[in-house]
Design a protein around this ligand. Structure first.
Ligand SMILES: Nc1ncnc2c1ncn2[C@@H]1O[C@H](COP(=O)(O)OP(=O)(O)O)[C@@H](O)[C@H]1O
Ligand SMILES: O=C(O)[C@@H](O)C(=O)COP(=O)(O)O
Length: 417
């Protein structure tokens, strides 16, 4: 039996939740896909298992199917609670996938209610009067309105979720949270079965919500909702031996923070390679070969940053084919760099991009290591058959687009030495 079983709709979301739990003393495993869920015997000693999926922008039926496969596999571990992790900026469209996945998971488990808590104050995401804020701005005024796959142009969480689900959506305001865990539990229990969007503006609010929902079978939200959980494992005591080798940063993220991080790295002496998306659409193999040749010729001490978005102009009129094509090229670049150039330490910016890269490397499991910033950590994995160089150890930092300090592409490596 484990305490918490989670599915995350992208790979950075999985490591985000994992690092938050690990920092709070839980023993966590992140596995990539339902097939990699450990058996009960293998999960002995673990507090939480998180399945990383690439379902955020997949077709609805596919997102539902991989989520259900994961929940069915996790069920074997007899979890005390289930956690459906989605983005702290509620990345989704009116078709899904947050609503359809919640509907399917609840249906599978015979449940009729969950809380909906995207707030993550450590990364400046708060929910007040049912509206999601990013820093001082409403979500719909934030850079998320320009996201290439899930542009967020509405800020009220219930308005975002209602078109995605047949379940009723209700709201609980921060006053009820401030009344404390016991009172909040009564407020929640008095509501009709529904998806309950709960305000949260601080970590203390998240802890109150978590304490009020310990008997709920299914929780949903960003990693922030895990902040109230406590385990007895001191992360400082865990061995984390990162392989020695060359470094590489690849960015498919179009997020404002990633664009700042790229600019800061280049200003600090990193070497940059900006992908030409038109060329890449026409001849991806040639672009991969060009990037690989460029990497091979660099001073191994210099940090290379391969990226596809420098300014918003780069994604303004992007074709539908561009996103998978960029993911494909960045994945092939990383696979080649690991197989042929001795790259062993890789930062990947962007959730979709991380899913593509990690899958191409054939990784199935991540050992979570030191936190780099709230929601961002180093992890260790081993490449699989898909990579062409199976059994190679790699250190991966799968970075959510908008997370991490501005200088992290230059400084994150220090946590490995
Ligand atoms: N120049 C570009 N034009 C169109 N799509 C792009 C471009 N660069 C990256 N993308 C795609 O945008 C998506 C970004 O999503 P993701 O990796 O989750 O990062 P983030 O959510 O931080 O922007 C990926 O699918 C990526 O391939
Ligand atoms: O909850 C969050 O904000 C992150 O864990 C996350 O999912 C961010 O997604 P990307 O920006 O697409 O990496």
């Amino acid at each position: 039996m484990i305490r918490l079983a989670a599915i995350a709709d992208d790979f950075t979301g999985a490591t985000d939740l994992a690092t938050s739990l690990r920092e709070r003393g839980l023993r966590v495993a992140v596995v990539l896909g339902a097939e990699a869920v450990p058996s009960s015997a293998e999960a002995k000693g673990l507090d939480a298992v998180i399945v990383a999926l690439k379902s955020r922008t997949a077709p609805v039926a596919e997102a539902v199917s991989v989520s259900l496969d994961s929940v069915r596999a996790l069920r074997e571990l007899e979890p005390g609670q289930y956690f459906v992790k989605y983005c702290s900026t509620f990345d989704s469209t009116s078709a899904g996938n947050i609503g359809p996945v919640l509907d399917a998971v609840l249906g599978e488990l015979g449940e009729r209610r969950t809380v909906v808590v995207p707030a993550f104050p450590d990364n400046a995401r708060t929910v007040f009067q049912g509206h999601l804020f990013v820093g001082g701005e409403l979500l719909s005024d934030s850079p998320m309105r320009h996201h290439p796959l899930t542009p967020m142009t509405e800020s009220r969480v219930s308005a975002l979720l209602t078109p995605q689900t047949s379940h009723p959506v209700t709201e609980v305001s921060v006053d009820s949270v401030w009344a404390g865990a016991d009172a909040l539990r009564d407020t929640l229990d008095a509501l009709p079965d529904s998806y309950v969007v709960v305000d949260a503006t601080t970590n203390a609010d998240l802890e109150t919500i978590q304490a009020a929902t310990t008997s709920w079978r299914v929780l949903s939200g960003s990693a922030g909702l895990a902040f109230g959980m406590r385990g007895d494992h001191d992360p400082a005591n865990q061995r984390f031996d990162a392989p020695e080798g060359r470094r590489l940063v690849v960015c498919g993220s179009a997020s404002a923070k990633t664009r700042e991080q790229i600019a800061a790295a280049l200003a600090a002496g990193a070497a940059g390679f900006k992908l030409d998306v038109q060329r890449l659409l026409a001849d991806p193999g040639a672009v991969v070969a060009e990037v690989s040749a460029w990497l091979a010729g660099l001073d191994p001490e210099v940090v290379p940053v391969v990226y596809s978005v420098a300014t918003l102009d780069d994604i303004r009129d992007a074709s539908h084919d561009a996103a998978p094509a960029v993911e494909g090229v960045l994945s092939r670049v990383v696979v080649d760099a690991v197989a042929r150039l001795g790259v062993r330490r890789v930062i990947v910016a962007g959730g979709e991009t991380s899913g593509a890269v990690t899958t191409a490397l054939g990784c199935t499991r991540l050992l979570i290591g030191p936190q780099i910033a709230p929601g961002v950590c180093w992890s260790l994995s081993t490449t699989g058959a898909a990579s062409g160089s199976p059994g190679t150890p790699v250190a991966l930092a799968l970075k959510s687009g908008n997370f991490g300090s501005t200088d992290m592409f230059s400084t994150a490596w220090e946590a490995l030495s």
